[in-house]
Ligand binder design. Structure first.
Ligand SMILES: Nc1ncnc2c1ncn2[C@@H]1O[C@H](COP(=O)(O)OP(=O)(O)OP(=O)(O)O)[C@@H](O)[C@H]1O
Ligand SMILES: [Mg+2]
Length: 466
């Protein structure tokens, strides 16, 4: 009955894993985009820089040209080529043409396919003497002896250094991309864990509950979990209502059965008096015993339903356990007297109060005393003691009866479970179930043992002190 609930659910994948994988895929895509854009941008920036310097160099050479008499003179300014040298260890070539005729420089340096226009130089990447070079061409008009000529300046520079710079930038971009991926991967893991934390908390708060705790879950939850919580709570509501109906039905049924049973018993007693035949008398006694048993069962079922109901909405008022025990002992007194059983009671001084439902605790004590009286021989003694044990009060009931006998003692706490040595005594097997449920509802316990002082049973009911 109190078996832990093993769900027959097999997990299909994990939300956390799915979330992490998706975030990682996004991080990987972003890393690649980052790598491609950084390296492309850096390469373009390096190329633009080279183009600008080439253009400035070509412009400087072009500006240095001057017309004198009927000729074009040109002294290549040192600065025009040194600014190129500043970029890196590149090789530099130039070629100056007047109307297509090379006047200085490398005559085989190829001009860009697109011819330059005035103030609009043209660029091209080509291969010159086995090396990749970037070539710029500028054009300018010069008037020589009343004639306008076209002065074309080509400046070229190898690109080995640029390639090296590009490679370095690409490696750096790749490192940044990988770093970005690792950081976002770690963050994704944390994010996934954080996002699913409310789910874990909810599962924990439901799992921590006691077997009979059907109160609605009141924990705060993110909006996505609210429908689940609402469904869960409404399910528990229905379950509780259904359990309540069942208990009410049992109580009602027991109640209805008890009254006619009492009538049957009274009639049977009367009949027994007038029956003379031993065989018939025996039959009548069996009828009476069966009625007693049914009546006892009905009573205990009624009590049990009451205990279940009150445990669900446990009252938490402080009461004096010693006084309650004295009351209960007084109540069982007449039954004990019938068997000449003496009940001795002792309580530790300054015990303090117990917090809970006094009616339930009294019902538990009544059942323990009822057992002690029922299973004890005539003229024996029952000892009831209350002692303090840490933050709890422990009621012990010791008798000199037959004891629990062989077999599993814990089993006797189960519903309708009775010992093997009590066939001669009327009982329904619900008494210890009631005591156990009362103890649990209060956060205490019920322990069954043998009386260490000789024969008999010793039962401990432990309840936390207020
Ligand atoms: N003081 C005791 N001495 C010996 N056996 C006991 C004692 N108390 C309980 N038992 C054993 O534990 C069993 C379960 O006890 P429980 O009180 O639940 O049921 P019951 O006494 O048989 O029936 P009822 O519900 O009418 O009390 C009993 O049938 C009996 O075998
Ligand atoms: Mg009993």
């Amino acid at each position: 009955m109190n078996q832990p609930f093993k769900p027959a659910i097999s997990a299909t994948g994990s939300l956390r894993r799915r979330l992490i994988v998706q975030l990682l895929v996004i991080a990987a895509l972003l890393s690649v985009v980052l790598y491609v854009s950084v390296s492309t941008f850096a390469r373009q920036a390096a190329e633009t820089t080279q183009d600008n310097i080439l253009e400035a160099s070509a412009a400087a050479i072009s500006e240095a040209a001057r017309a004198e008499r009927d000729q074009v003179f040109l002294d290549i300014p040192y600065s025009a080529l040194s600014m190129l040298g500043a970029v890196s260890e590149e090789r530099v070539f130039y070629r100056v043409m007047v109307d297509g005729v090379t006047i200085t420089g490398y005559a085989d340096l190829p001009a860009p396919e697109v011819p330059p226009k005035l103030r609009r130089p043209s660029f091209e990447t080509t291969v010159f003497r086995g090396d990749e070079v970037r070539v710029v061409a500028t054009v300018r008009r010069i008037t020589v002896a009343d004639e306008t000529v076209r002065l074309t300046v080509l400046v070229a520079q190898t690109r080995a250094g640029l390639a090296a710079i590009s490679l370095r930038i690409s490696i750096a971009a790749a490192a940044v991309g990988i770093g970005f991926f690792l950081v976002s991967g770690t963050l994704s893991w944390f994010a996934a864990r954080n996002a699913l934390r409310p789910l874990d908390l909810l599962a924990q708060s439901v799992a921590r509950r006691g077997a009979h705790d059907l109160r609605p879950v009141r924990s705060d939850a993110p909006s996505e979990l609210v429908p689940l919580l609402v469904a869960l709570n409404s399910f528990m509501d229905r379950l509780r209502a259904s359990l309540m109906r069942t208990e009410e039905f049992i109580a009602e049924a027991a109640h209805r059965v008890r009254t006619p049973l009492a009538t049957v018993r009274a009639q049977a007693e009367i009949a027994l008096r007038s029956v003379k035949q031993p065989h018939n008398r025996q039959t009548m006694r069996e009828v009476i015993r069966a009625v007693d048993e049914s009546s006892r069962s009905a009573g205990q079922l009624l009590d049990h339903a009451m205990v279940t109901f009150r445990s669900d909405n446990l009252a938490r008022t402080e009461f004096d356990l010693e006084e309650l025990a004295r009351d209960t002992i007084r109540g069982i007194g007449p039954t004990a007297d019938l068997k000449d059983i003496a009940i001795r009671f002792s309580a530790e001084a300054g015990l303090g109060k117990v917090k809970g439902d006094a009616i339930l605790v009294q019902s538990a004590l009544r059942n323990l005393l009822d057992n002690a009286v029922k299973y004890s021989p005539e003229e024996s003694t029952i000892e009831v003691a209350i002692a303090r044990k840490g933050r709890t009060a422990r009621v012990s009931v010791r008798d000199q009866g037959r004891g629990f006998g062989d077999g599993d003692v814990e089993r006797l706490k189960g519903r309708f479970d009775r010992g093997t040595n009590v066939a001669d005594v009327v009982g329904s097997g619900l008494g210890l179930t009631i005591v156990d449920e009362v103890a649990r509802a209060h956060g205490g316990s019920l322990d069954l043992a043998s009386n260490e002082r000789g024969n008999g049973a010793c039962v401990f009911l432990t309840l936390p002190l207020a």
